[in-house]
Design a protein around this ligand. Structure first.
Ligand SMILES: Nc1ncnc2c1ncn2[C@@H]1O[C@H](COP(=O)(O)OP(=O)(O)OP(=O)(O)O)[C@@H](O)[C@H]1O
Ligand SMILES: [Mg+2]
Length: 271
């Protein structure tokens, strides 16, 4: 596969034997290795506590308090991040690597209009006039399915519903066309219909811009629908990683089989 950016075929992310522990507990990531090509979407599934959030936070150097790297390497675009200073890592956040969480919408500043925070975020990373940034924001909000994006730009976050806030936060993360979007259950707090809609909009946006995505989800059906490859985590280990169709039709790990049995609509694809 060739990169959508600059025609290089180099890997986007390489994780080599990464281990992470929190203060007293058992390791939360154990010897995790995988690589990801530019523009690829990897879905990460696994039960609660298996290390999914730790894994994608590790890529951004944002481990929760008490977490520390105990071994391994993370390479982003051929640059070894764990050896870099936090400042270098900082330079990647937002622009080259962006992240959305289940509750990203609730982190919007409640006392500033959406438009002013959105325009400021864009202009912090891209050389644009206010007017251009405004236009880009409105365009992206519309693409994320917000009906009246101009109105959204003029209101305060508190005047938007939870779903609208979350769509806005996802749009903001995608606007800067990051090379990698880390998404941790980005739609879990939304109702099922909205979830599907936001996921489709997000995947279209990523495809247009060549953005690679690591998508953590509890939902195997969502992963199957969205991802080029699916990774399965059990107890801090990546026990299975393969092309989506292969994982669905011929899972090698018992836990993957269990996950698939719980999704009746995928059963037809297993045969
Ligand atoms: N801040 C923390 N301090 C101590 N232990 C933590 C912390 N965050 C996570 N852990 C532990 O690390 C392990 C992996 O947690 P993680 O949050 O990565 O799992 P997860 O797969 O994202 O779970 P969920 O599906 O519930 O979000 C768990 O055993 C958890 O208890
Ligand atoms: Mg989690």
């Amino acid at each position: 596969m060739t990169s959508l950016r600059g025609g290089t075929t180099s890997l986007l992310v390489e994780m080599k034997n990464l281990s992470v522990s929190y203060k007293e507990g058992v390791p939360s990531l154990r010897d995790v290795s995988f690589s990801m090509k530019p523009g690829e979407i990897i879905g990460i599934v696994g039960e609660s506590g298996s290390g999914k959030s730790t894994l994608i936070r590790a890529v951004l150097g944002l481990l929760p308090v008490g977490g520390r790297y105990t071994g391994g390497e993370i390479v982003f675009r051929e640059r070894v991040l764990l050896r870099d200073s936090q400042q270098d890592w900082q330079g990647m956040r937002g622009k080259r690597i962006a992240m959305v969480f289940q509750d990203s919408g609730s982190y919007l500043n409640p006392i500033r209009r959406i438009g002013s925070q959105y325009v400021e975020t864009i202009r912090a990373h891209l050389p644009m006039s206010r007017k251009e940034a405004w236009r880009l924001a409105v365009h992206t909000l519309a693409r994320m399915g917000l009906d009246d994006p101009e109105r959204v730009m003029h209101v305060y976050a508190s005047q938007l519903s939870g779903g609208m806030k979350q769509r806005t936060a996802i749009a903001m993360a995608a606007t800067l066309e990051p090379e990698l979007l880390l998404a941790d259950e980005p739609t879990s707090a939304l109702d099922v219909t909205t979830q599907n809609e936001v996921m489709s909009q997000l995947s279209r946006l990523c495809a247009d811009k060549g953005t690679g995505m690591m998508l953590v989800t509890h939902n195997m059906a969502v992963a199957a629908h969205m991802a080029d490859r699916i990774g399965v985590m059990v107890d801090g280990r990546l026990v299975e990683l393969g092309d989506t169709l292969r994982v669905i039709s011929n899972p090698t790990h018992e836990y993957t089989r269990k996950l698939l049995q719980a999704v009746p609509e995928l059963e037809g694809e297993c045969t």
